[in-house]
Design a protein around this ligand. Structure first.
Ligand SMILES: C[S@@+](CC[C@H](N)C(=O)[O-])C[C@H]1O[C@@H](n2cnc3c(N)ncnc32)[C@H](O)[C@@H]1O
Length: 305
């Protein structure tokens, strides 16, 4: 696998797994696979897998429909999307706050994906927030104007080149998105953090109760599916949520993932530790030695079963 290459990331998204992708990709089988990413967000793992030639096909899904329509635009109409972004971006100068509010209102009325790209580029720390009506309500970052059109163009075109012709877009619940997955596929899952489980998570338009997620994992085990999960995390001494239950029989790696953006937002400098879980089906497929190798270059701990 080629490491260190520049991988496009057209959608700025807090919680993106960009920092972990190389560790995750080392858990992929040697042969090209069909990859499902049912909690896609900014799809960092899928883009990196395509850039490294590890996938024959990708199924991208997220419960956030406008986000998936933005992915359609990136992959199938990149030039049109770039032109709209340039127009929106140039029109903001001299009336930035008012203009941002207007585009946000337009987005909440129309769910137009091009507006969403502008909002994600302009909002505080690319961290989306939704109110109880499901409306985007994050404020603009007043110190920044959002990525320059030429930067967005580079990332959008790069992602389009990598994903065009090999990607199927879905939107909806993750269980439906993987209904046709089979044991030869790889499923990478990065669900919303359980630290906010039971309550609505304002970071996402949809959230997911812990018990429902665990039930789905049992079902996936019965189907002998190969999956990798990024779940919970620790920042310094603070742990978010529970470990996944032992009776799921998952391999578990803890990876030091750098300084958390959440901690930075709060003015702290604590290191985040991310958990990666690997299904028994995948452990059998790639072997324990590959899992040990996945940790090279990172401080990590492996616990199996
Ligand atoms: C932690 S983010 C994923 C970030 C992604 N790994 C990246 O690289 O940007 C979790 C995503 O799950 C989505 N989501 C929440 N509940 C869902 C559900 N039940 N089914 C599918 N997607 C869901 C949210 O909209 C959000 O985009």
């Amino acid at each position: 696998m080629k490491t260190g290459r520049v991988v496009p990331h057209p959608i700025p998204y807090q919680g993106s797994k960009r920092g972990l992708t190389q560790t995750i990709l080392r858990l992929f089988p040697r042969e090209r696979v069909r990859l499902f990413e049912p909690f896609a967000g900014s799809a960092a793992v899928s883009i990196a897998a395509a850039a490294n030639g590890l996938v024959s096909h990708i199924i991208l899904n997220d419960a956030n429909e406008p986000l998936m329509r933005l992915w359609e635009r990136i992959i199938h109409s990149p030039h049109d999307l770039i032109a709209t972004y340039e127009r929106l971006w140039n029109a903001q100068f001299g009336r930035e706050r008012h203009y941002y509010d207007r585009i946000r209102e337009e987005f909440n009325n129309t769910h137009d994906p091009d507006c969403l790209l502008y909002l994600l580029a302009r909002c505080v720390k690319a961290s989306v927030r939704y109110n109880t009506n499901g409306e985007f309500n994050q404020s603009p970052d007043n110190r920044r104007k959002g990525a320059k059109p030429e930067t967005i163009a580079k990332h959008v075109l790069g992602a389009s080149r990598l994903l065009h012709g090999i990607t199927t877009i879905r939107h909806g619940d993750f269980r439906e998105a993987i209904h046709d997955a089979d044991p030869n596929d790889i499923i990478y899952m990065d669900p919303p953090y359980q630290g906010v489980c039971g309550r609505r998570d304002s970071r996402y338009s949809a959230s997911l109760p812990f018990e429902e997620f665990v039930a789905a994992l049992h079902d996936m085990n019965h189907r002998h599916l190969s999956f990798i999960i990024s779940y919970d995390g620790r920042t310094g001494e603070k742990t978010y949520g529970n470990l996944l239950p032992k009776n799921l029989g998952l391999g578990h790696i803890e990876v030091k993932a750098g300084v958390s953006s959440q901690a930075t937002l709060l003015g702290r400098n604590a290191e985040t530790v991310e958990s990666l879980y690997i299904s028994a089906g995948l452990v059998k497929r790639i072997g324990l030695s590959r899992i040990a190798q996945s940790q090279s270059g990172r401080e990590a701990q492996l616990a199996l079963f």
